[in-house]
Design a protein around this ligand. Structure first.
Ligand code: JAH
Length: 293
């Protein structure tokens, strides 16, 4: 997968050099290229913002600068240099085109990226959307700052690319950068070969299947007693059936306690008799989905 990021703070993306994502990049599974938006500004001050039409507080990001930046990135298949995320102070720039890293994961020529714009007003970023985006060969993230990007940029590219304005949660950040880190990690760990243990993806909270609409229960490792706190005996029993049942019970308990809105969305068809009894004991009403008529 190729992942381009345009931002006025390329330094924010240094974490993509380490851990799972860093390793995937070293292996060529993931090709991350971070671009300094100001490289496409027109004036000596490299201005990217202006006052909002209609008045109001703050500044809005200028459409011309974004347009030239996005055009350059999508027109340039294999042109810019990757691997320069945490490097130069002041961020990755066109001047960085000296230190060449091999680009093995570029999408096929002629393709276009999906454009993802983080904003608190976007559609929710969910595990389902992460899985959908993990199937794409090329993603382009546009990080807004201030009050956001002039809306005509999204309008313009909606006619040329698949554009999604996406929210990672109901809070306001100072810009889209941290949201992109969150999405890059959620998507990157789903790419083939990025996680060591294949089971860990299917057992995830929110993953389709038996854990759909359930969060995971508690986990334990050695020692069996720590500061007087014991590991639940069932986990030491070696009885795989009992362990699976206990884990599902704990997942249900936690979901009811911490995420009642998820518990309410549990599909009764996917609950067994034991699940229903437990939910009843927790005095949690599972309502059959309303059907037309
Ligand atoms: C803030 C541009 N859903 C989290 C989120 C995503 C983006 C932003 N805030 C929160 C944001 C300022 C400017 C984007």
């Amino acid at each position: 997968m190729r992942l381009d990021i345009i931002s006025i703070f390329p330094e924010y993306f240094a974490p993509l050099d380490v851990s799972l994502i860093g390793k995937a990049r070293e292996r060529g599974t993931l090709d991350v290229r971070v671009h300094q938006l100001r490289d496409w500004a027109h004036d000596v001050h490299r201005t990217v913002d202006d006052t909002p039409y209609g008045g109001g507080p703050g500044m809005v990001m200028k459409p011309e600068v974004w347009g030239e930046a996005i055009d350059a990135v999508i027109g340039d298949v294999g042109g810019d240099v990757g691997g320069d995320v945490g490097g130069a102070v002041g961020g990755a720039s066109a001047e960085d085109e000296g230190h060449v890293t091999p680009q093995t994961a570029a999408p096929r020529a002629g393709g276009l990226p999906r454009l993802i714009v983080p904003t608190p007003s976007g559609r929710p970023f969910t595990q389902e959307l992460a899985q959908e985006l993990a199937q794409e060969p090329w993603l382009l993230f546009a990080c807004g700052r201030y009050e956001g990007i002039d809306s005509r940029v999204m309008e313009e590219y909606s006619g040329r690319l698949r554009v999604d304005e996406v929210s990672i949660g109901d809070y306001v950040l100072a810009g889209g950068e941290v949201a992109v880190l969150v999405m890059a990690e959620a998507i990157g760990r789903l790419l083939p070969g990025v996680l060591g243990n294949a089971q860990s993806v299917v057992d995830d909270s929110f993953a389709p299947g038996s854990m759909e609409n359930l969060v995971e229960g508690p986990v334990y490792t050695k020692p069996p007693v720590w500061r007087g706190h014991e590991v639940p005996a069932v986990l030491l029993s070696g009885h795989h059936g009992n362990v699976a049942r206990w884990r599902r019970d704990e997942a249900i308990r936690r979901t009811v306690r911490n995420r009642p809105e998820l518990a309410a969305a549990l599909d009764p068809e996917k609950l067994d008799k034991h699940d229903r009894k437990l939910l009843d004991e927790l005095s949690f009403r599972v309502r059959r989905k309303d059907v037309a008529n």
